[in-house]
Design a binder for this molecule. Structure first.
Ligand SMILES: [Ca+2]
Ligand SMILES: [Ca+2]
Length: 76
């Protein structure tokens, strides 16, 4: 899948997880305190949509071993 498709999945997840609809995820909404640290680099207890997608943007780069801008099943 492309980076756009990958981020699209997480955009959808963000909307579903943002229960109170304030455009940010707190640790309760996020559900995983360990990964939440990566989603909230500013450590203010809120992961904004920008922080959230940035985390997955970087994760895409980490997973895309051959740097062709596509994630294959093997790479995931
Ligand atoms: Ca929220
Ligand atoms: Ca790749």
């Amino acid at each position: 899948m492309t980076r756009e498709e990958f981020l699209g999945l997480w955009t959808e997840a963000f909307r579903n997880q943002d229960k109170d609809g304030d455009g940010m995820l707190n640790v309760t909404e996020f559900g995983d305190p360990v990964s939440f640290k990566h989603a909230d680099p500013s450590q203010d207890g809120k992961a904004t949509f920008t922080e959230f997608t940035k985390m997955y943007y970087n994760q895409f780069d980490g997973l895309d071993k051959n740097k062709d801008g596509l994630l294959t099943v093997e790479e995931m």
